[in-house]
Design a protein around this ligand. Structure first.
Ligand code: PEP
Length: 248
């Protein structure tokens, strides 16, 4: 089992260069011995990736992209960014299968093609899965996990660069988080499904309305190796608070 605890900041389509100075405190915190097992990774919009990489140059904070195209290198795909382009920029990670993209029509097959390409380019992937409220109400949560995992990870041979983020869609941006027991059961189900595909213990993160208010209960859920934080990560004070409360 990995001892690392992941803190992912997904800035979605927010942010500007004027916010870069607000990250100084976080850079200082990341250098403290106490946080040596904390893996902090920022996912700004494409337009800010270069600035973030420069900003985190001498720190241990990494940078990733929020999505990529399924074609590895180059092609006639207007408005798209390839895994190679991300790698060349200095990105180490890419988020794939986020529900906001699935909601825009991205299928499990699309996610799978992106995963294979990104892994081929040596990017680490944060593979997002999770059920909608409708699926939860119909008690389909575990079959959704099975479908998303089996289709999304089809053909993956090397799992060393795979992280999984469990994000119940009904929890993203709503302020509502799953009950502790429900979350523990779901994470354990995901772990079981993953263990059928690989002996390697993949980090499983939780995402969905993580805040400095609910982190004290979330951090006690067994089987979770970190958090994918959306809106609260856009305020560095709140994000630092989440990290501090988790590690304390
Ligand atoms: C997310 O961006 O995946 C997310 C979990 O957002 P939020 O923390 O705002 O719910």
């Amino acid at each position: 089992m990995t001892n690392n605890i992941y803190f992912i900041a997904n800035w979605k389509m927010f942010g500007s260069t004027s916010l870069l100075n607000s990250l100084n405190k976080l850079i200082n915190l990341s250098k403290l011995k106490k946080y040596k097992n904390s893996k902090i990774i920022y996912f700004p919009p494409f337009t800010l990736i270069k600035d973030f990489i420069k900003k985190f140059n001498k720190s241990k904070i990494s940078v990733g992209a929020q999505n990529c195209h399924h074609v590895q290198d180059y092609g006639s795909f207007t408005g798209s960014i390839s895994p190679k382009m991300l790698k060349d920029l200095g990105c180490k990670y890419v988020i794939l299968g986020h529900s906001e993209n699935r909601n825009d029509g991205e299928s499990d097959l699309d996610v799978n093609k992106k995963i294979i390409s990104a892994l081929n380019k040596n990017l680490k992937i944060v593979f997002c899965i999770g059920e909608t409220l409708k699926e939860k109400r119909k008690k389909l949560t575990h079959s959704v996990f099975k479908k998303q995992i089996n289709r999304g990870l089809k053909g993956v041979k090397n799992y060393r660069n795979v992280l999984v983020a469990y994000e119940p869609v009904w929890s993203i941006g709503t302020g509502v988080i799953p009950k502790s027991k429900e979350l523990e059961i779901n994470v354990s189900k995901i772990r079981k499904l993953l263990s059928k595909r690989t002996k390697y213990k993949l980090p499983i993160l939780y995402g969905g309305s993580v805040s400095s208010k609910n982190i004290n209960s979330l951090k006690n859920i067994s089987g979770i190796n970190g958090f994918l934080v959306g809106s609260a990560s856009q305020n560095s004070k709140k994000f630092i608070d989440i990290i501090k409360k988790t590690i304390n």
